[in-house]
Write a protein that binds this ligand. Structure first.
Ligand SMILES: [Ca+2]
Length: 152
């Protein structure tokens, strides 16, 4: 009976250590994208608590933008990842994370404004879409400007 408890305690300790190191490894990932701390784990995971399945941006990062596979891989943020639109909502990953050009480097101050940051892996989360209305424009100059915006 004594050895049963001893064995259980060892198993629990091993499980806790494994869970702890996994969470720790992933906790650095948000710091590898601009404004990563604003939405934290939800940038890449379906669950905002992190872990489990990845959202569309997380899948894109995992497939093509990690320095190496597994927990130690670092996100390779740059122009290539910034210009893609992982969730297909019309805003690029960089526009959603406040770094449209992909110039931010890990350790830099977060670019842009935190309140403007949206989720690059959630099509329901995106910057406000610029509404252009030629009907509301009252002068020819405004109509031309609206058309220019629309077809830019
Ligand atoms: Ca989005």
């Amino acid at each position: 009976m004594k050895s049963f408890w001893k064995g259980s305690a060892v198993l629990i300790a091993v499980a806790l250590l494994a869970a702890g190191s996994r969470a720790e490894a992933r906790a650095q990932r948000p710091g590898q994208i601009p404004n990563g701390g604003v939405k934290s784990c939800a940038n890449c995971h379906v669950s905002s608590a992190g872990g489990g399945p990845r959202n569309l941006f997380g899948q894109m990062v995992e497939a093509n933008f990690l320095s190496s596979a597994g927990f130690s891989g670092r996100v390779q943020w740059g122009p290539e990842l910034a210009k893609q639109d992982a969730d297909g909502d019309g805003a690029t990953n960089g526009e959603e994370l406040g770094d449209p050009e992909g110039l931010w480097k890990a350790g830099d101050a977060d670019p842009g404004e935190a309140v403007a940051v949206t989720l690059p892996g959630d099509p329901n989360s995106h910057p406000p879409i610029k509404e252009v209305s030629m009907v509301e424009a009252s002068t020819w100059a405004q109509v031309k400007e609206a058309a220019r915006e629309l077809f830019r």
